[in-house]
Ligand binder design. Sequence first.
Ligand SMILES: [Zn+2]
Length: 125
Amino acid sequence: MKHLARPADVLILTLSILAIALLSVQVYGQPVSNPAVRIEVAESQWTYALDQNSTAQVPGPNGTMEVVIRNGEAFVEDCDCCPLKICVSMGRIHRAGQWIICLPNQIFVWIEGTPPDTMIDDISS
Ligand SMILES: [Zn+2]
């Protein structure tokens, strides 16, 4: 009896849930002209300018995640908590609507300021 979910299944399920969550953010959030990096952990939320190089040590419940913003792109440089390093392997985001999630650490990073349909295109393509 092997009914363990494969990582890919978990990822797809997570993406679906997040797409809905992000749509809610988009619907209720105010559009902004300058893309900004938003980092959200539980009750905390930070905003960084995408056009300013910086490094954020984000404290999650299971470790620290290092988010780097460099040359107009944001990415996870390292993550203490993830055995699979999914958040690190999600690569770089730079367009509004793109995002990175760290499930074990419950950290959500995204670029805000985009119409919802742009984001749907990103996910389905
Ligand atoms: Zn992680």
